[in-house]
Design a binder for this molecule. Structure first.
Ligand SMILES: Nc1ncnc2c1ncn2[C@@H]1O[C@H](COP(=O)(O)OP(=O)(O)O)[C@@H](O)[C@H]1O
Ligand SMILES: [Mg+2]
Length: 227
């Protein structure tokens, strides 16, 4: 087990009004390792992910990034962290329709202030690693669902983030496509040393992770490491 810790939740509680969503969550992510969280719909998986990503502040407890508690950072520092050190993949990819595949992929680098030419070059390299370099000039409306999710993966990893948050990243794909995209995603993340938090309701997907947790009614429990 990797003893380095990049991101950790300690005693995190989150509620929406009087609805508790996360209760006393303790979780730690290590570089290059994949941590999966499974659980029924409504069990609190996305809510915990939002806390860990600094999107929603916990009502109790603390989230730590590289040894610094989020509560000591101001909003701008947290936004910068989210933009530059984190990557995100969602169920439907959420690509920008007016940008090409290559421009969509380069977005995190452009937002971090990288000039256009090197940003597009880095984007092309990641697209190539995911086997979709030939789609560079297309728009999201001109590619398939599986290809869109690969682009979303490319965009989440292009700036070599420390942590990637993936909320049902292959949930919109059929199982053959989902398996292939996931395989490529996890292998690229691991090779970059990126920690992955993978939220899924699919136990088969979770079986490919280094660590597997289950969530039920806001409570996270360890299910042990996958084989
Ligand atoms: N924006 C919100 N406002 C109010 N309640 C919410 C909101 N988002 C989620 N919830 C509630 O919080 C609980 C956990 O939801 P969520 O984190 O989305 O679960 P999951 O991702 O496991 O499906 C559920 O009871 C859900 O209805
Ligand atoms: Mg969810």
């Amino acid at each position: 087990m990797n003893t380095t810790e990049v991101l950790a939740a300690r005693g995190v509680d989150l509620s929406y009004g009087s609805t508790p969503a996360v209760r006393d969550a303790h979780l730690s992510l290590a570089p290059g390792e994949v941590t999966a969280i499974t659980g029924a719909s409504g069990s609190g998986k996305s809510s915990l992910l939002y806390c860990l990503a600094g999107v929603l502040p916990p009502a109790r407890g603390e989230v730590w990034f590289e040894g610094r508690p989020f509560s000591t950072l101001d909003d701008e520092e947290i936004s910068t962290l989210r933009r530059e050190r984190f990557g995100f993949v969602f169920q439907y990819g959420e690509l920008l329709p007016e940008l090409t595949v290559e421009e969509n992929t380069a977005l995190p680098l452009r937002l971090a202030g990288r000039r256009k030419a090197p940003a597009l070059k880095a984007a092309a390299e990641v697209l190539d690693r995911l086997g979709i370099a030939d789609l560079r000039e297309r728009r999201p409306s001109q590619i398939s669902g599986g290809q869109s999710q690969r682009v979303a993966v490319a965009r989440a990893l292009v700036h070599r983030p420390s942590v990637v948050f993936a909320d049902e990243p292959t949930g919109s794909l059929d199982s053959a496509n989902a398996g292939a995209v996931l395989e490529e995603f996890l292998s690229l993340a691991r090779s970059q040393g990126t920690a992955v938090l993978l939220v899924t309701h699919d136990a088969g997907v979770a079986a490919r992770a280094d660590h597997h947790w289950t969530m039920a009614d806001g409570v996270l429990s360890a299910t042990g490491a996958a084989a």
